[in-house]
Design a protein around this ligand. Structure first.
Ligand SMILES: NC(=O)c1ccc[n+]([C@@H]2O[C@H](COP(=O)([O-])OP(=O)(O)OC[C@H]3O[C@@H](n4cnc5c(N)ncnc54)[C@H](O)[C@@H]3O)[C@@H](O)[C@H]2O)c1
Ligand SMILES: [Fe+2]
Length: 378
């Protein structure tokens, strides 16, 4: 009931959305007097021809720029710190790519403004003040990182993924051009789309759930249900790409305020330990987390089920599984040749139980329950 709610909602990022929106970059730079940039991206984005498109826009408006294309999926501390000398020289950072490139740009922006090492800033609200100018141009439709105040950093020596969370990390501008995601192969489209679905479903069912986050999450859920299979089937379907890009961005804004929970805690643990794609991990964990939370969130899950075209909360969870199957997500990590012994299950469970997302889960998770859930992911 809204009469019993107390909530705040932050969206510090200006969203510029539309097919062809990349052509507006020059105007955005001009308006702010930004005339030099460091593009932060990866080799896959370059190979897909997306870096060339951005470079053409920067050349057309006469902006000076350099490129750092050393980002890796699940970006590491080393990858971020390697770009620091380049970041220091340019006015604006442009994160071009999936969540990995955008998160790298956020962390770099933090380092170039406030100094120190990446891990000095681990945790919640550790950043003392605003960072430099940052533009995010997503080329996947999943993470929502273009509008969030989070950067996820991998620490290979610890086999962990750690968050830096601060409102000062949020990009100034999210330039969301669905054309930039059209080159995603089907498997990446599928996994990133399931990340967005996980953001929407979790944001609406955490301890921090709130009406404005719900509004966005409830809009995103049916869009993903309808358009994700279409985009996986035909990557050139621009209506499907645009709907997914929109759904992903609004699901990002939703979870930036309503937060995420159990599925993400497990996904972060698996991602850190096995260097797996985040969306895949989310997809595997989501229905299990929903089942675990069902009894404490039945009403919300019924609403979610309806948005997925179902009539019972249980059928909603079944639909999430069916959707994953329909778009070719593996049914378990076993299919990828991975297995875990008791010790490894224990380790994953411990990592998930200490992940920040778990504190927002609507039902407390015990050690044995977590181990059982993780076992089912294999
Ligand atoms: N900051 C946040 O709010 C947030 C939220 C969710 C996830 N994440 C993080 O984001 C990362 C995952 O990001 P992601 O799922 O977007 O993938 P990604 O950025 O790791 O990219 C995966 C691969 O896809 C390629 N790629 C990207 N766009 C492409 C395109 N249009 N065409 C062809 N190839 C393309 C990349 O080159 C890369 O090889 C993880 O580290 C995850 O933890 C961050
Ligand atoms: Fe996610």
């Amino acid at each position: 009931m809204i009469s019993e709610s107390l909530f705040s909602f932050q969206l510090p990022t200006k969203i510029l959305f539309g097919v062809g929106a990349l052509a507006n970059l020059g105007t955005e730079l001009d308006e702010r007097g930004w005339d030099s940039a460091l593009i932060v991206t990866d080799q896959g984005v370059r190979a897909a021809g997306l870096l060339a498109r951005l470079e053409a826009q920067l050349q057309a408006c006469g902006a000076q720029y350099e490129v750092y294309d050393g980002v890796v999926s699940n970006p590491t501390v080393a990858v971020i710190e390697a770009a620091q000398p380049l970041a220091q020289k340019q006015q604006v950072l442009i994160g071009l790519g999936g969540g990995s490139s955008i998160d790298t740009a956020k962390a770099l922006n933090l380092l170039r403004t406030h100094g120190g090492h990446v891990l000095d800033w681990e945790g919640n609200e550790t950043v003392p003040g605003p960072c430099g100018p940052l533009i995010a141009i997503p080329t996947t439709a999943g993470t929502g990182s273009e509008v969030t105040c989070i950067a996820q950093v991998s620490v290979p020596e610890r086999k962990e993924k750690l968050p830096i969370i601060s409102r000062y990390l949020a990009p100034d501008i999210a330039l969301v051009d669905p054309q930039m995601s059209a080159s995603m192969p089907a498997r990446l489209t599928a996994a990133t789309g399931m990340d967005a679905l996980t953001h929407a479903i979790e944001a609406a069912t955490t301890l921090a759930e709130q009406p404005l986050a719900d509004l966005l999450a409830f809009q995103a859920i049916p869009l993903i249900n309808t358009f994700l299979p279409r985009a996986v089937q035909d990557g050139a379907d621009m209506e499907a790409r645009a709907q997914l890009a929109f759904a992903s961005t609004i699901a990002g804004a939703a979870f930036n305020n309503g937060w995420v929970a159990l599925a993400h805690a497990v996904a972060h643990a698996l991602g850190g330990l096995y260097d797996l794609h985040h969306g895949l991990c989310c997809s595997l964990a989501l229905p299990l987390a929903m089942e675990f939370n069902l009894e404490v969130k039945r009403e919300k899950y019924l609403r979610i089920a309806e948005l997925l075209g179902q009539t019972t909360a249980e059928a909603g969870i079944a639909r999430v599984r069916e959707l994953a199957r329909e778009i070719g997500i593996p049914s378990g990590l076993r299919e990828l040749g991975l297995s875990a012994d008791e010790g490894e299950l224990e380790k994953i469970a411990q990592l998930a139980l200490s992940d920040g997302s778990i504190f927002f889960n609507p039902r407390e998770v015990g050690e044995e329950e977590m181990k059982r859930l993780v076992r089912e992911i294999f």
